[in-house]
Design a protein around this ligand. Structure first.
Ligand SMILES: Nc1ncnc2c1ncn2[C@@H]1O[C@H](COP(=O)(O)OP(=O)(O)OP(=O)(O)O)[C@@H](O)[C@H]1O
Length: 262
């Protein structure tokens, strides 16, 4: 199995703070990982290293067989799909949904004078249909609901057919219906033939889509546990990670957690 991500003792230090602390972790192309941890644990920083957006202060990060520090990150980034709310804020509100997805092929956020091949337009339309957005193709991105915007961000990341997909809290702030719809789409994507290695960051076990088979728990920049989800996602591990005694339920591939504090 080819690894798409390998961290060896990766640390990130900013302003004297050790945000990631000697993280060693491997993701294979066939694996779908969920990264869970409390606020400030270092999840976004971990994903930024994986997206080749920042370099480790020490240790070695190998992404798609390229080692950060020895590679042109601009080339490498074109092979990685990344969806995050920080990235979404850079998307022009007045651009159409079709163009927001289409412009991913040129790694730009707004349409200017580029000319696109019919094949790109057809692919964008197909991706929009797969993510149940085809009826919104001509609407302005900024006029969509939060749930619709989240799906557009993921469709944009899918557009380039990435070898590694990174999702930073894709279900945050969604209502129950929108969350469930998104999780169903993510589950379908995760198990689809030819899907890339996927890493999804979340705060909530309820947001883990079925089909995600691995979990990494992080606290204070350090890995608390990592591996197959059935071994890692236990009430004890989760309680230690979030610093609160929890009970955890697992039913039909989905999880729920509740505090045991009365
Ligand atoms: N450039 C920086 N300089 C100093 N501290 C930083 C910097 N970037 C992040 N931090 C700190 O590092 C810690 C981890 O941040 P990070 O955003 O990775 O955590 P997170 O797990 O994604 O948090 P959240 O769940 O709240 O989004 C936080 O305490 C944050 O304040």
């Amino acid at each position: 199995m080819a690894s798409v991500l390998q961290f060896d003792d990766v640390s990130v230090v900013r302003g004297g703070n050790r945000i990631l602390d000697a993280v060693s972790w491997t993701v294979d192309s066939s694996e779908r990982w969920v990264v869970l941890g409390p606020n400030g644990a270092g999840k976004t920083t971990l994903l930024q290293v994986a997206a080749a957006l920042i370099h480790p202060s020490s240790g070695m990060a190998t992404i798609l067989d390229e080692t950060l520090g020895d590679v042109d990150v601009f080339d490498l980034r074109t092979r990685i799909g990344f969806a995050s709310s920080a990235l979404a804020r850079k998307l022009p509100a007045m651009e159409t949904v079709l163009n927001v997805v289409l412009t991913a092929s040129y790694s730009v956020t707004g349409r200017w004078n580029e000319s696109y091949d019919d094949v790109d337009v057809r692919r964008a339309q197909r991706v929009l249909a797969e993510w149940k957005l085809d009826h919104l193709a001509d609407r302005r991105f900024g006029h969509l609901s939060d749930g619709e915007q989240k799906r557009v961000q993921i469709a944009r990341a899918v557009m380039t057919d990435p070898e590694l997909m990174l999702l930073d809290e894709p279900a945050a702030s969604l209502d129950l219906g929108s969350r469930e719809e998104l999780l169903q789409l993510l589950s379908g994507y995760a198990v689809a033939k030819g899907a890339p290695g996927i890493v999804m960051v979340t705060h909530h076990v309820e947001e883990i889509p079925t089909g995600f088979g691995h979990a990494l728990l992080i606290r204070n920049g350090g890995v608390m546990a990592a591996g197959p989800i059935e071994d890692v996602l236990t009430a004890e591990n989760l309680g230690e990670t979030f610093g609160i005694p929890l009970e955890l339920e697992h039913r039909n591939g989905r999880y729920t957690a509740r505090s045991l504090v009365k």
